[in-house]
Ligand binder design. Structure first.
Ligand code: MOS
Length: 753
């Protein structure tokens, strides 16, 4: 045999299959789909945080030639009555916000009107002419001033994925009192807003007809899940589902902001139905600050250890803000109970309702927040012990998740520590704070652990081997910039032994097989499993066709006896016994070979194990003491996340997480003016995010990790783990550099001067 028979694309650093379309502008985003007769909607936002609208005057706007309508709570159409119709796949327990529902104002920036006009410019101008008279009520937006209102969050279906912390075990108070070495600290995080490049937008293409004769809608929405948007629209507006098609082929950044239908979707659909016209509604950058955000939090951590570093007690509580209408929750405190073995553990999580919009998942929701506090606390404990922070973690290393009292499906965190430390040069660290200097800058080295979930959700996919021998695979999932198009093409290509060029993967369309929202780092595992299964089903049908061929050498062959490579079905025992896929599809009576599969997680097997990704993060900072500025000069992130489908897109995921970790640790903060109850720095000039000049040497290591439990592909997902350990590692490096323990985020220069 000469040429290798199997050349799998999985595991190869393949460039994005959609890369060319993206860089040439061929890839279209929600606000870029144009149709004749498109009208434009601009949203008017509330100027007060709480109260009601006494009067809303739209006459001046309506008087302009070209203004088609101004929608307010007074003239909006009849809509679904019950809360459940407004729920979505990521809705927290409570009563979802309803745009234009009534005169009540629940938060600053709430949409109070939609102006629709022939042009965007006219709509935008007309929106400035809408005048509202308010009756203001006292509002509360300050988390720290309202901590006495903290209460247990309500639970609901959405809290299945976000269970409350486990019950206390052992006797924390007693153990902590007996521990010879302890620490305790309070950690405060500011709110943060998602700021994807692409603004939220929906283009609704209206066609006459439809089942109820009220029109057919093709909706281009910015979303992390077309099925989520479609469900919302059909329920809220009571539209037959066959008259609604939602598409989202590309997304210019999501980070969690697209996990729920946002109000521009509601507005655009309402206007299109009422005006019987195609309508686009785009939000402004300022309006990015008028829906979900990462909640502000206050956390307390206390840790106790014996003098050899073995921990005997762990306490972690957190209070997060939520809105007055929904109980947004996240897993902030449970991680310590999974990572460390102290037998005496107490963890608590509460929420404080404020007059703000409901918070919303943002990359590693809860995880990056809680792990910042916990891993800074570990560093503090290490210093109180006089022990190297990495050594402290190794002494308290555990292969069991003590929250659930079960093993991990795989956990190569020890290897992450080893490889990360080696690459970084951690062994040569002098633990003494302020011991390293370069010119007038202090240098510091810090490290932290990261952990995130490895979940699989039910997903459906279709695979079609077409009569021309090409493979088309599809699923209504999203590519939120993560590389879904590419990795699904790889999985499909390898499963049927085809070159990637012969495979077309389609997503982001409700006409395709069902998938849930793309989030929680579960898309690679969930959709990947469905794609693999659907392609295997095609393979099984091809085997049947092969057996039927006259004189077939595959007559007695079972599924396990064959393989696919080089676009042929072959006998494993003698790969030269082969038949081409084209020949096989030709046997199918002129029809394509088409199979659809719903892939479900193997829940029985999976629940015997905790399934997580892990990371070890090492960071070097340079602190200018005169100016208080912090620069992350070097960072190494060693990741254990099961099988790496594509080292190139995977590395990009982790790099993105690391960049955001720097941004979160040092810059990002949505500043509230509590007098107005409003986020004030609602622009990219004032809401600071890391830019190129802030980013220096970033290094990613993927540690080998085999896992048969998570799914047959062994994939764990990489969307979120990259950010988790970064803020703590940076904070710890800042302490090492300066001797100053800054427990709050972001670490801005005022906190260091
Ligand atoms: Mo992610 S915060 O689940 O998009």
């Amino acid at each position: 045999m000469s040429a290798p028979l199997v050349t799998p694309s999985i595991g190869k650093p393949i460039s994005r299959v959609d890369g060319f379309d993206k860089v040439t502008g061929k890839a279209k985003y929600a606000a870029e789909f144009n149709v004749p007769g498109l009208a434009y909607g601009v949203v008017v936002s509330s100027a007060i945080a709480k109260g009601k609208i006494n009067r809303i005057d739209t006459r001046e706007a309506l008087a302009l030639d070209g203004v088609l309508q101004v929608f307010t709570h007074e003239n909006r159409p009849k809509l679904a009555w019950f809360d459940i119709s407004y729920n979505d796949q990521d809705a927290p327990p409570g009563s979802p916000f309803r745009p234009l529902h009534d005169a009540t104002i629940k938060y600053s920036g709430q949409p109070i009107a939609l102006v629709v006009a022939e042009t965007f410019e006219l709509a935008r101008y007309a929106a400035t002419l809408v005048k509202a008279d308010y009756e203001e009520a006292a509002h509360e937006t300050d988390l720290e001033a309202n901590l006495h209102k903290a209460r247990k969050p309500k639970s609901g279906i959405a809290s299945l994925l976000k269970p409350p912390p486990p019950k206390p075990r052992g006797d924390f108070e007693k153990a902590f009192a007996e521990a010879p070495v302890t620490m305790n600290g309070r950690y405060v995080h500011a709110a943060e807003h998602h700021n994807p490049m692409e603004l939220f937008a929906t283009t609704v293409v209206f066609e006459k007809g439809g089942k109820d004769n009220k029109g057919k809608l093709t909706i281009y929405d910015k979303t992390q899940g077309v099925t989520n948007s479609s469900m919302y629209v059909t329920q809220v507006f009571n539209i037959p589902s066959e008259d609604v098609r939602v598409l989202s082929p590309y997304m210019g950044g999501g980070f969690g902001s697209g996990l729920r239908p946002q109000y521009q979707l509601f507005m655009a659909v309402m206007a299109a139905r009422e005006l019987k016209r195609s309508v686009r509604v785009s939000l402004t950058r300022q309006q990015m600050f008028t829906f979900g955000h990462r909640p502000a939090t206050v956390q307390n951590v206390a840790l106790g250890a014996f003098s050899d570093g073995i921990m005997n007690s762990l306490y972690h509580d957190a209070v997060g803000e939520t809105s007055q209408f929904e109980d947004y929750t996240e897993i902030v405190v449970s991680w310590g109970g999974m990572l460390y073995p102290p037998v005496n553990v107490k963890m608590d999580y509460k929420v404080v309702p404020l007059d703000l919009y409901s918070p919303l998942d943002m990359r590693a929701p809860g995880g990056v927040t809680g792990m910042h506090a916990l891993e800074v606390a570990m560093d503090e404990l290490a210093y109180n012990l006089g022990m190297d922070p990495l050594e402290l973690r190794l002494r308290n290393y555990t292969d069991l998740d003590h929250n659930e009292d079960r093993p991990f499906s795989s956990k190569e965190l020890r290897e992450c520590f080893r490889q990360g430390a080696e690459r970084f040069g951690w062994a040569s660290r002098n633990a003494e704070p302020r011991s390293m200097k370069k010119d007038h800058n202090l240098i510091g080295w810090g490290m932290a652990t990261g952990i995130w979930d490895a979940n699989q959700m039910p997903s459906r996919a279709e695979a079609v081997l077409m009569v021309n021998g090409k493979l088309r695979v599809s699923c209504a999932t999203a590519d939120i910039g993560t590389g879904t198009y590419t990795i699904m093409t790889q999985i499909a290509a390898d499963t049927l032994g085809m070159p990637m060029d012969d495979v077309l993967f389609k997503l982001g369309d409700t006409d395709l097989p069902f998938s849930l929202i793309s989030g929680g780092s579960w898309t690679a595992a969930s959709v990947g499993s469905a794609v693999q299964s659907a392609c295997q089903e095609v393979g099984k049908t091809l085997l049947k066709l092969a057996k039927k061929m006259p004189g077939s050498p595959f007559k007695g062959a079972k599924w396990d006896d064959i393989m696919f490579s080089d676009s042929h079905l072959r006998l494993k025992s003698d790969p030269s016994v082969a038949v081409s896929l084209q020949t096989l599809v030709d046997q199918n009576g002129g029809k394509a070979v088409r199979e659809s599969v719903t892939s479900l997680p193997n829940a029985l097997e999976q629940r015997k194990f905790s399934r997580n990704t892990h990371s070890a993060v090492f960071v070097e900072v340079m602190v200018d003491e005169d100016l208080g500025t912090v620069k992350v000069t070097r960072a190494v992130s060693a990741i254990a996340a099961g099988r790496i489908l594509n080292p190139k897109t995977s590395r990009s995921q982790i790099l993105g997480g690391m960049v955001w970790g720097i941004s979160k640790a040092l810059e990002e903060e949505s500043a509230l003016d509590h007098n107005f109850g409003r986020f004030m720095n609602h622009s990219l000039a004032e809401y600071h995010v890391a830019v190129n000049a802030d980013i220096h040497d970033l290094d990613v290591i993927f540690v080998e990790e085999h896992d048969d439990i998570v799914n047959p592909l062994g994939v764990k997902g990489l969307g979120e783990i990259g950010i988790v350990g970064m803020p703590a590692a940076i904070a710890n490096a800042v302490f090492h550099a300066t001797g100053k323990r800054v427990r709050d985020l972001p670490i801005t220069l005022d906190k260091l001067l």
